[in-house]
Design a protein around this ligand. Structure first.
Ligand code: SAH
Length: 216
């Protein structure tokens, strides 16, 4: 829409988030602070402020903003938390996490995505994110345990290695289900006695794949 000002576009973006259930004020401020525009390149860039997933490099997708908001909200991040994200993709979700947590580690199996995200984090002066090329199904043993883990690719089951790398009292959010079918967003809470699972809503994510991507 050519007549729209930046301020109007931003207001509509935040309104769409609220109307879809993103109500946590810290999450909304983090999403207001991080411009989604730079995370999308090429012909889709002009659609950056619409509430829809969009294609990025390496055949992957940047998630829908309202889903990013709902997942972030479900993590209940506190400013002291150390967070692991599996599936850097464009880096958008990690940038939002970096506004809420003390430290963010984000891993992707495509080195190109990691490189591009890293340079955006530098441009935006987001100094508390470390982006690493790795198969995130194994977590990040060197930095474990984590207060929070967010997986942004769909697994058939929550990987047990990730549960092991979660602190007691920690929360993991992960889409679970076959990649070509409906998946459920699961919130896993680790307690002294085990893990409680809660189902949030239906979602659609690209699959969590094994090994590194071909560009690595
Ligand atoms: N959070 C991203 C969107 C992620 S799309 C954003 O904000 O833009 C899912 C990402 O998960 C893809 O980039 C894909 O390469 C990555 N992925 C899939 N399987 C993986 C694995 N085993 N380890 C690490 N990353 C993986």
């Amino acid at each position: 829409m050519p007549d729209e000002t930046d301020a109007e576009r931003k207001m509509q973006f935040l309104y769409a988030l609220r109307s879809k259930g993103v109500t946590d004020t810290r999450v909304l401020s983090a999403m207001e602070a991080i411009d989604r525009g730079p995370f999308i390149r090429g012909i889709f860039a002009e659609r950056a402020y619409e509430d829809m997933p969009l294609p990025i490099a390496c055949g992957q997708t940047i998630s829908q903003p309202s889903v990013v908001g709902l997942m972030t909200q479900a993590l209940k991040i506190s400013p002291r938390d150390k967070v692991l994200e599996v599936g850097t993709g464009s880096g958008y979700q990690a940038a939002i996490l970096s506004k809420l947590a003390r430290r963010v580690y984000t891993v992707d199996r495509h080195s190109r995505l990691v490189r591009e995200a890293r340079s955006l984090f530098e441009d935006m002066n987001l100094t508390n994110i470390t982006a690493i090329t790795a198969d995130g199904s194994f977590g990040l043993p060197d930095q474990a345990p984590f207060d929070r883990i967010l997986v942004t690719a769909a697994a058939e089951d929550p990987p047990s290695t990730l549960i092991e790398q979660l602190k007691t009292g920690g929360i993991m959010v992960i889409p679970v289900g076959q990649s070509d079918a409906v998946q459920h967003l699961i919130v896993a809470r680790k307690t002294d006695t085990g893990v409680n699972y809660e189902e949030l809503r239906q979602v659609r994510f690209v699959p969590l794949l094994e090994g590194l991507g071909q560009d690595s």
